[in-house]
Design a protein around this ligand. Structure first.
Ligand code: NAD
Length: 491
C-alpha cells in the first residue's frame, strides 16, 4: 500500500507542494508519495525552527539530553532485536533495496551514535576555564562557553537514509540548535519514519522540522536568510553549489562529499581475509557507499591469487539477499556507462557487467584494468563495480591512490601492521582502515579532504561544529579605578 509522506513543521503535519512519487528499486512498485516543498513552505519551517530556538538554546543541557534520549528509546523500540524484521528496517529495505543485515546495522547505529552524543554532551559543552598567564594578568579570569549557532539546515543523501540525518541531528540538537531537515527525494519514506518518531518524542514542537522535496527545496533552504549553519552530505557537484550559496551569506558549513576510495593490497596480505573484505567493501549497499572500495591496487606478486579468491566469493553473491539494487534508473544508466567506458579503455570484465534479473539490479562486477584512465581516478562510480589494477610495488600503489580529486577514505591490506601504518601515513585522505573498510565509530572523526569535503562529522568535536566558542574575559579587581594602559597616555 502506498504511504503518504508529509512535512513536519512546528509539530504539525502538512503536505504543501506538488506531489511526487518514489519507487521500490527492487521491483519498480510505487511505495510513497511525497510533497516537494517550495520556498514558502521552507520559510515556514525555518520560521518554526527560529521561533523555538531561544527556548531550546536556554534549556539546560541535561534536559536537552533527556529529550534526545526519549527519541533514542523510540528508535531502539523500532529497531527491535538484531536480525528482526521491523517496520523501520522494512521501510529502508523497500525504499533503498538494502538487504536486512544492512538495514539492521543502520538503525542500530542511529541509536548508538545518538546515544554517544547524549552521553558526552554535558562534559564537552560545559564552560571551560582558559589558563591565561597569571603572572601577567593576576586579576583576570577567562572562560569559553559553547553557544549554539541557532537554526541548522541538515541536507542529506539517500544511501544511509536515516543514519546520515542522525549523525548531524544529535550533535546539532544537543548543542542547543533547532533544525530543519531536508532528506533526499530518493528516500523520503525512511526519513518520514524518523520524523514520526521525532514527533512522538519529548522534543518540543518546532525544535526539529522536516521539509521534503528535491534539489530545488534544498536550494530554497540554503538560501533562506534564517539559516545559521549548513550540514550537507551528498555529491561533490551539489556540495559546490551549496558552498557557493553559503559563501554569499558567510554561513558556516560542513560538507561531507563523494569519494573514490582505493584499496592498497600489499604482497603479504592474508589473501582470504583481503578477498572477503574487498568483496564486502565494494558491494555492500550495491557499491553505493561514499567509502566503498572503488578501485583496488594489488601488487603483482599476489595478483592472480587474489583475483581467484575474489572471483570465488563474487560467484556466490545472491541478488536481493547479499546485494541490493541501484537506487534508480538514472544511476543504473550511469553505472552502465562507467563500465562501458572502462571496457573501451582496455578493461576486461571478468564477472558481471550486466543488469540483474529485475528492478534496477546490476550484477556485482569485477573489471581488470590495464591502463588506468581518468574515469578510474576522477569519477565516483556509485555502483557495484570493483576495478582491479595490478601494480609493481607498494610505492606505485600509493602514487596511484593519491592521484585524483577525491580524498575521503582508503584501506590498506597487509599482515605487517607496521608496514601498513607506513603506507597509511603516505595516503592523502581523511580516513584509512587497515585490514578493514567502511567502519565508523562515533568517537572518531569522519572526514574527507580535497573534493571529498570540508570539515568533519562525528567525534566529540562535532559538538563544537554546531557551536561557536564565546570567550568571556572578566576583570575581578573592583578596587582599581583605571588600568595603567588606559588614557591618559604618558603619565
Ligand atoms: P546529491 O548531492 O544528489 O543529493 C544530496 C542531497 O542534497 C539531497 O537531499 C538533494 O535533494 C540535495 N541537493 C542536491 N542539490 C542541491 C543544491 N544545489 N542545493 C541544495 N540541496 C541540494 O547526492 P545523493 O545522490 O543523494 O548522494 C550520493 C552522494 O553522497 C555520493 O557522492 C556519496 O559519495 C555522497 N555521500 C557522502 C558521504 C560522506 O560522508 N562523505 C556519505 C554518504 C553519501
Amino acid at each position: 500500500m502506498k504511504s503518504v509522506v508529509r512535512h513536519l513543521i512546528n509539530g504539525l503535519w502538512d503536505q504543501e507542494g506538488s506531489l511526487s512519487e518514489n519507487v521500490n528499486p527492487s521491483n519498480g512498485d510505487v511505495i510513497c508519495s511525497f510533497p516537494i516543498a517550495e520556498a514558502s513552505t521552507v520559510n515556514r519551517a525555518v520560521s518554526s525552527a527560529r521561533a523555538a530556538s531561544s527556548a531550546w538554546a536556554n534549556t539546560p543541557i541535561p534536559e536537552r539530553v533527556k529529550a534526545v534520549e526519549s527519541l533514542i528509546a523510540l528508535i531502539r523500540d523500532a529497531y527491535g532485536t538484531e536480525g528482526e524484521l521491523t517496520s523501520i528496517k522494512r521501510t529502508i529495505m523497500d525504499e533503498i533495496g538494502k538487504p536486512l543485515p544492512e538495514a539492521d546495522i543502520e538503525v542500530l547505529e542511529v541509536a548508538d551514535f545518538m546515544n554517544y552524543y547524549a552521553d558526552i554532551a554535558s562534559e564537552v559543552l560545559h564552560e571551560k576555564v582558559v589558563e591565561i598567564n597569571a603572572a601577567m594578568w593576576p586579576t583576570k579570569r577567562s572562560t569559553v562557553t559553547r553557544k549554539p549557532y541557532g537554526v541548522v539546515a541538515i541536507i542529506k543523501p539517500w544511501n544511509y537514509p536515516i543514519e546520515m540525518i542522525a549523525w548531524s541531528l544529535a550533535p546539532a540538537l544537543l548543542s542547543g540548535n533547532t533544525v530543519v531537515v531536508k532528506p533526499s527525494e530518493k528516500s523520503p519514506l525512511s526519513a518520514y519514519f524518523l520524523a514520526q518518531l521525532i514527533e512522538k518524542s519529548s522534543l518540543p514542537d518546532g525544535v526539529v522540522n522536516f521539509v521534503f522535496g528535491d534539489a530545488t527545496t534544498g536550494q530554497s533552504l540554503v538560501r533562506n536568510p534564517g539559516i545559521d549553519y549548513i550540514s550537507f552530505t551528498g555529491s561533490v557537484e551539489s556540495g559546490k553549489h551549496i558552498a557557493g550559496a553559503a559563501a554569499r551569506s558567510l554561513t558556516p558549513i560542513t560538507l561531507e562529499l563523494g569519494g573514490n576510495d582505493p584499496a592498497l593490497v600489499l604482497a603479504d596480505c592474508d589473501i582470504d581475509k583481503t578477498a572477503s573484505g574487498l568483496v564486502w567493501g565494494a558491494f555492500c549497499n550495491a557499491g553505493q557507499v561514499c567509502v566503498g572500495i572503488k578501485r583496488a591496487y594489488v601488487v603483482a606478486a599476489i595478483y592472480d591469487q587474489l583475483l581467484e579468491a575474489i572471483s570465488a566469493r563474487m560467484n556466490v553473491l545472491r541478488e536481493g539477499i547479499d546485494y541490493g539494487p541501484i537506487i534508480d534508473i538514472k544511476q543504473l544508466n550511469s553505472v552502465e556507462q562507467f563500465v562501458d567506458s572502462i571496457r573501451q579503455q582496455d578493461g576486461t570484465v571478468r564477472i558481471g557487467g550486466k543488469r540483474g534479473s529485475r528492478g534496477y539490479f546490476y550484477m556485482p562486477t569485477l573489471i581488470e584494468v590495464k591502463n588506468e584512465s581518468a574515469a578510474i581516478f576522477d569519477q565516483e562510480c556509485f555502483g557495484p563495480i570493483l576495478p582491479l589494477i595490478k601494480v609493481n610495488s607498494t610505492d606505485e600503489a600509493i602514487r596511484a591512490a593519491n592521484h585524483g580529486e577525491f580524498g575521503l577514505g582508503a584501506s590498506v591490506w597487509s599482515k605487517d601492521l607496521q608496514e601498513a601504518r607506513i603506507v597509511a601515513d603516505q595516503l592523502q585522505c581523511g580516513m584509512v582502515w587497515i585490514n578493514d573498510v567502511n567502519v565508523a565509530f562515533p568517537q572518531a572523526p569522519w572526514a574527507g579532504i580535497k573534493n571529498s569535503g570540508v570539515g568533519f562529522e562525528l567525534s566529540s568535536q562535532a559538538l563544537h561544529n554546531y557551536t561557536y566558542g564565546q570567550h568571556l574575559s572578566v576583570e575581578t579587581n573592583l578596587v582599581e579605578t583605571r588600568k595603567p594602559w588606559w588614557y591618559p597616555y604618558g603619565n
